[in-house]
Design a protein around this ligand. Sequence first.
Ligand SMILES: *[C@@H]1O[C@H](CO)[C@@H](O)[C@H](O)[C@H]1NC(C)=O
Ligand SMILES: *[C@@H]1O[C@H](CO)[C@@H](O)[C@H](O)[C@H]1NC(C)=O
Length: 331
Amino acid sequence: MNEKVNKALKYLKVSLLSLIPIVNFFYLTNKFYFSGGKCHSKARLDGKTVIITGSNTGIGKEAALDLASRGARVIITGRDIQKAYRAAEQIRNETGNQNIVVEHLDLASFDSIRKFCSKINSREERIDILINSAGITLCPQWKTKEGFEMQFGVNYLGPFLLTNLLLDKIKKSAPSRIINVASIGYILGKINWEDLNMEDSYSPLGAYCQSKLGVVLFTRELARRLKGTNVSVFCLHPGACPTEVGRYMAHTYGWKTYLFIGLGYPIGLWVCKNAKEGAQTIIHCAVEQDIIDLSGSYFKDCKPAKLLPHGLNDEDAKRLWDLSESLTHLK
Ligand SMILES: *[C@@H]1O[C@H](CO)[C@@H](O)[C@H](O)[C@H]1NC(C)=O
Ligand SMILES: *[C@@H]1O[C@H](CO)[C@@H](O)[C@H](O)[C@H]1NC(C)=O
């Protein structure tokens, strides 16, 4: 009897010990591979002004925290103003930087964007860094105030209008930067020229990928137009971050969301970045000195990355720009 117990204990010990390398494998690949790069720049931003949209939560908030700790005046925006005030208070507390400003901004409304920009343009002396970080992911077939498909409106068209309305001040503050948070999802993206709002063929993922391809093409055309101005433009894939981008999935997919989360959670734990890791490429593009000549580039894990040909198509970039100018009544 005793011998059987001893034998069982020994088996248990061996099997537990053999788990160690497996657990280590998952832990180490998560920490050193999937967590992506880290921004190592120690650059200070004293006297500089930074605007970050969607900075009341997730990777936008982490980027705001980091840039505030470098001494910048940081303007954080959100649709939910109370949440933005709380984020600002937390940033002041953690960094000791009191120069944090909160503004309401709803990228699903041209009115809200115009109001925000005219306030900023009349009040702020300079804009050194604009970070278009706000986004919406995989929502149902919703519409913006002006009737555009929600993901196209919030992820692409809104930031297009916002950036253009602030551009004079950004140019006057040169050397300055514009950073657009795109996504590796652009790979599956296709601009539906005949039906930008995807009225006839809405799919949450298709609309998301179209909007992110829009951001990639926008970055390219904007960089071309800003050549010689000392304004650098970058776009980036922050990494897979389960922060709050999945907020609307339950609206979109119903009960299947929970099945997806249940099955995906362990894999997610392994391959996903936390918000702080997800913010690193944004911070890198905002402060790293060595990259200012790479305007127009796409970054991933704090390094320039290659785009597929449809993300480098100058003709499409120009066509989308012209179309967007008329859709937003810029011209
Ligand atoms: C900030 O600090 C104050 C004073 O220590 C504290 O009362 C408040 O709860 C803190 N706020 C946040 C959001 O951390
Ligand atoms: C851009 O920066 C360079 C180097 O600082 C400067 O010599 C040049 O005048 C600037 N150009 C513009 C258009 O501001």
